[in-house]
Ligand binder design. Structure first.
Ligand code: ADP
Length: 348
């Protein structure tokens, strides 16, 4: 079932924290709401769940206006960061909770609980209490509980934030598998972690200061971010302040070749170049500078190079003889690998 935000505005005490959100999640789609803390992501999720009421705009589920429906009548499953399991109840009782509240028959409850625990790999833990489980297992139970009512829409609010890095990547794979097994269920996934968004989402909605900044597939947002904030939030980016010239731009007094589209000559702009597309050594669009830091990252070396007072980041592969701190080096990038964006300081 699809989700639609139709110009949804939410305010607390007159402060607008979600500003005229227009966004559609297609049936079966995984949409990530990605943005820094305080950008309004959770508020958007809670508006879908029915826990906050918009001051204006409508929320639609499967084409039906649910703005005035209470949460329990929206057919939604929700998973939050803190698991929120009932400590005095066993795992199976926790998972059955939503079904009991809906007065589901005993036989059907038993079947749905078993199914949900099976789906999340927790069948063997049905009779334990939450305190007897690890954080990752507790989160699986929370997911099982959300799935037990067979929701059309699953809302996830930073579900992996409380887990350590290793568990997190395992759970990400689990969520992807879950989505393959339940392909009709739409998922709205709130996160501030771009890796989670890039890994899991069909599309990403980038939020910034109560507003939707950009929306697209991970690949679209990565290749053509559209604005500096999105560029820095989805994948790393060098954002060089430039002035548009003819056939290229001027950066710190040097001419660089780049596609300037229909940008007016003389206009200020930002040139976005991804760190892995910056090479070490001579080449087109050469930037001479001094190595300020070098980090070995296994498959790549990350170089921070100061170019006329600007820091340029390069992720270089297979560097046999890496430069050292303080060395003078040349960087370069292909004109086709640079994207011209509107001027504007990133504040991510
Ligand atoms: P995010 O999920 O992106 O971190 P939130 O949607 O939780 O952001 O919050 C957006 C803004 O709304 C924040 O400035 C937050 O302080 C504020 N806010 C959230 N909930 C409440 C509330 N119940 N009362 C007042 N302000 C709130």
């Amino acid at each position: 079932m699809g989700i639609r935000f139709d110009s949804v505005t939410v305010a607390y005490d007159g402060n607008v924290v979600l500003d005229s959100l227009d966004l559609t999640v297609e049936p079966g789609e995984v949409m990530a709401l990605l943005g820094p803390s305080g950008s309004g992501k959770t508020t958007a999720l809670r508006a879908v769940a029915g826990f906050v009421r918009p001051v204006s705009g409508r929320v639609l589920l499967g084409g039906r206006d649910v703005t005035d429906l209470p949460p329990y009548r929206r057919g939604i499953g929700m998973v939050v960061q803190s698991y929120a399991l009932f400590p005095h109840m066993r795992v199976d009782e926790n998972v059955a909770f939503g079904l009991r509240a809906r007065r589901t028959s005993k036989a059907q409850t038993r079947q749905r609980v078993a199914e949900s625990l099976e789906l999340t790999g927790m069948a063997a833990y049905a009779r334990r209490h939450p305190r007897e489980l690890s954080g990752g297992q507790q989160q699986r139970v929370a997911i099982a509980r959300a799935l037990a009512i067979r929701p059309d829409v699953l809302l996830l609010d930073e579900p992996l934030s409380a887990l350590d890095a290793r568990l997190r990547s395992g759970m990400l794979a689990e969520l992807a598998r879950l989505h393959r097994e339940l392909p009709d269920m739409s998922m709205l996934y709130v996160t501030h972690d771009q890796v989670e968004a890039l890994t899991l989402a069909d599309r990403i909605a980038v939020m910034d200061r109560a507003r939707l900044q950009a929306c697209g597939t991970p690949q679209e947002l990565y290749r053509a971010p559209g604005d500096a904030f999105t560029a820095s939030f989805v994948g790393g980016a060098n954002l060089l302040p430039v002035t548009v010239g003819s056939g290229g731009v001027e950066f710190a007094g040097r001419a660089l070749k780049a596609d300037t589209g229909d940008a007016a000559a003389g206009a200020r702009a930002t040139l976005c170049v991804r760190p892995h597309l910056v090479g070490l050594g001579d080449g087109p669009n050469r930037l001479a500078g001094v190595v300020r830091e070098i980090q070995w990252r296994g498959a790549t070396h990350r170089l921070y190079v100061e170019v006329d007072g600007h820091s340029v980041t390069a992720d270089v592969r297979e560097l046999r003889d890496p430069p050292r701190h303080g060395d003078a080096v040349s960087l370069h990038f292909a004109p086709d690998d640079a994207v011209l964006l509107p001027a504007g300081v990133s504040h991510g």
